[in-house]
Design a binder for this molecule. Structure first.
Ligand SMILES: *Cc1c(COP(=O)(O)O)cnc(C)c1O
Length: 396
């Protein structure tokens, strides 16, 4: 038993942070950590970015919440900015990633029901996927660890092996197929980027069978790969896209974007949320978008991520026994290890670096975009020392 009043679904590290600034977090004693996980790919602009703080402060003195019974210019104008910059014609705002995914799944099924094919309900997902923790999202991802004990699996979800092209072709050709959902770069599942040629092939396959394509860019979107959205690298677009994490910069905000055609069925009364699109989230969302769309920001992400990736490749040469592979894209990076990544993460933490883990034995990095080469060198030094320490403790 635990003496905590919190439902023990997490096992947080003992650190108790009280302040953040840029790429650093501080505990009450003033000790600092270099943050290379950024609240799980959320604080892309770093902690307490002055423009975000100013936007939240200013909005908090004007208007917090009115519900979607009333419209606000802030909501409309942020949606317009997303629409102008992407494939999408319409935007639905949520408070989190999993709600955005839930919306996307409903949009897809509703599309087919509206177009006279209510039997088209299958949501086709991939092994290693993560789409959040609602029932729809855990069924779409199909990870048994997250489904176990929560009752029967929902009907209409199909899970395919990563890279199983034959199974994919068969699933998409099925008369009950509704949509394919995929992360262009898998986050939780092991920081695996879907090859650009596969994304292109997937688009063609979906088009050939009238199946909608959903990109879950909750983790890999919002500038993290060096493009505003990760699918832009493949020069294709989805019918529906989910975003969250980075678009709020630390304020809870998510969105489901869609083409007008895909969202055809989402008429008045088909979906909703009390808080989705609230003025506080919208004000911060605008400030985040201002920063993300400065051309120098994405240029910086591409440059610094190139440097970081090269340095990780260098570490692989130094520790060929421990590092199997450098994975991911841009500033969403993973080191696939030959050992459990958890002790390495702990060793990094003890030396002042925060990083994460992901499935498939991966040590995960999602630093804020504002890091510079000095930060990268510091992080690489700590990862290097941590790998050596873990090797030494294994030998002992
Ligand atoms: C984190 C994540 C989600 C869920 O977002 P929440 O805000 O935790 O609900 C969904 N999809 C992907 C790809 C994610 O990384």
């Amino acid at each position: 038993m635990t003496d905590s009043p919190l439902m023990p679904v997490y096992a947080p590290s003992p650190a108790n942070f009280v302040r953040g600034e840029g790429a650093r977090l501080f505990d009450a004693s003033g000790r600092s950590w270099l943050d290379f996980i950024a609240g799980i790919a959320v604080n892309g602009l770093g902690h307490c970015h002055p423009a975000l703080v100013a936007a939240l402060k200013a909005q908090s003195e004007k208007l917090w919440h009115v519900s979607n019974l009333y419209q606000t210019d802030l909501q409309r104008s942020l949606a317009q900015r997303y629409v102008d910059a992407t494939f999408a014609d319409v935007v639905y705002f949520s408070n989190s990633g999993t709600e955005a995914v839930e919306t996307a799944l409903k949009v897809a099924r509703r599309f087919h029901a509206t177009n006279g094919a209510p039997e088209r309900i299958d949501i086709i997902g991939f092994e290693g996927a993560f789409h959040g923790r609602t029932y729809g999202a855990i069924n779409a991802a199909g990870n048994p660890n997250y489904l176990d004990g929560f009752g029967p699996r929902l009907p209409g979800y199909v899970r395919l092996g990563w890279g199983d092209h034959e199974a994919l072709k068969a699933a998409v050709a099925s008369p009950t197929a509704a949509a394919v959902i995929v992360e262009p770069v898998q986050g939780e599942g092991g920081v695996r980027a879907m090859p650009e040629s596969c994304l292109v092939g997937l688009r063609e396959l979906c088009d050939a069978h009238g199946v909608l394509l959903i990109f879950d860019e909750v983790q890999c979107g919002a500038g993290r790969t060096g493009k505003l959205f990760a699918h832009e690298w493949a020069n294709i677009t989805p019918d529906i896209m989910t975003v969250a994490k980075g678009v709020g910069g630390g304020f809870p905000l998510g969105a489901c974007l869609a083409t007008g055609r895909a969202a055809e069925g989402m008429v008045k009364g088909t979906h909703g949320s009390t808080y989705g699109g609230n003025p506080l989230a919208m004000a911060v969302g605008h400030a985040v978008w201002d920063e993300l769309t400065k051309p120098e920001l994405l240029e910086h992400v591409r440059r610094v991520s190139g440097h970081f990736t090269q340095s990780l490749e260098g570490l692989k040469d130094t520790h060929p026994d421990l590092i199997v592979d450098v994975r991911g894209k841009g500033l969403l990076r993973g080191l696939k290890l030959s050992v459990d990544p958890l002790p390495v993460r702990t060793a990094c933490f003890e030396r002042g670096l925060l990083c994460g883990t992901a499935g498939d034995n991966v040590l995960r990095f999602a630093p804020p975009f504002i890091i510079d080469e000095k930060d990268v060198s510091e992080a690489i030094g700590i990862i290097d020392a941590s790998l050596s320490a873990v090797r030494a403790s294994k030998a002992a």
